[in-house]
Design a protein around this ligand. Sequence first.
Ligand SMILES: Nc1ncnc2c1ncn2[C@@H]1O[C@H](COP(=O)(O)OP(=O)(O)OP(=O)(O)O)[C@@H](O)[C@H]1O
Ligand SMILES: [Mg+2]
Length: 269
Amino acid sequence: MIMSPETPAGDIVTAPPVYELSHVGKTYARNRVIALQDVSFTLRKGSFSSVIGSSGCGKSTLLKIMAGLIPPSTGRVVLQHKPVTGTRRDIGMMFQQATLFPWHTTIENIVLPIKIRDGRAAGQKAKFKARELLEIVGLKGFEDVYPNELSGGMAQRASICRMLITEPAVLLLDEPFSALDELSRDMMNMELQRICSTQNATAFLVTHSIQEAVILSDHVYVMAPRPGRLAEIVTIDLPRPRTLDMMTTPQFGAQVDYIRGLLDKGADL
Ligand SMILES: Nc1ncnc2c1ncn2[C@@H]1O[C@H](COP(=O)(O)OP(=O)(O)OP(=O)(O)O)[C@@H](O)[C@H]1O
Ligand SMILES: [Mg+2]
């Protein structure tokens, strides 16, 4: 289903499922910590979801399981009808710190996933697309510089291009912009929204910011700690496309207050 920019959040209910998690749990063997308990949900094509919860409630653990980086102790994760048993080409991931290789230029970093997957010639060919992506994120002219010449925000934008070059169906984002100042972060979030809606990508974002979760998401997954579990899925019914000035509206404020209330209740959830 191609979503028009004006598609209301409710319409994604009819989109096909992309991720299906059933009764996912994780106990780390080393310390017997129950990081996740009985987490079940479905993410639909083209939806944007955020997960929020106190430090240590299992957000990164959940993302790593969804990415196939670590196995769950219980339950099942299915992506595009196939069980997730390891890392996959249809998954794009991005972490808090940009992980560009300092000895490669920006454009070489971006085409690296293609080069590794399909060989040197394919990597060379992918430079055309890499240039397009760099232009989209405002990095035209920085193709041939090394990462130490980029600011934190620029490096994260280059990381977005590297994530997108393989055209993943799903984007898993673990606090990707938390190292940025507030202004750059707001701009990156709007950029992320635009990229996701253009590509009809399904996104799942870990964040500590309630505002960020509400302005970007169709659904906010609120987690509770000890043991880490899903407390509530809050539907955000603000119209799309979202704009930064929506953050001053009463509807936005009400959604933020509601989620803050859930988080304040914390372990009682
Ligand atoms: N590799 C590991 N081995 C053992 N325990 C771990 C491991 N990774 C995480 N944990 C434990 O699992 C729990 C959940 O950790 P996780 O990193 O998923 O939390 P988080 O919600 O992402 O926290 P934060 O908001 O601080 O990033 C914590 O109690 C943590 O100590
Ligand atoms: Mg984390």
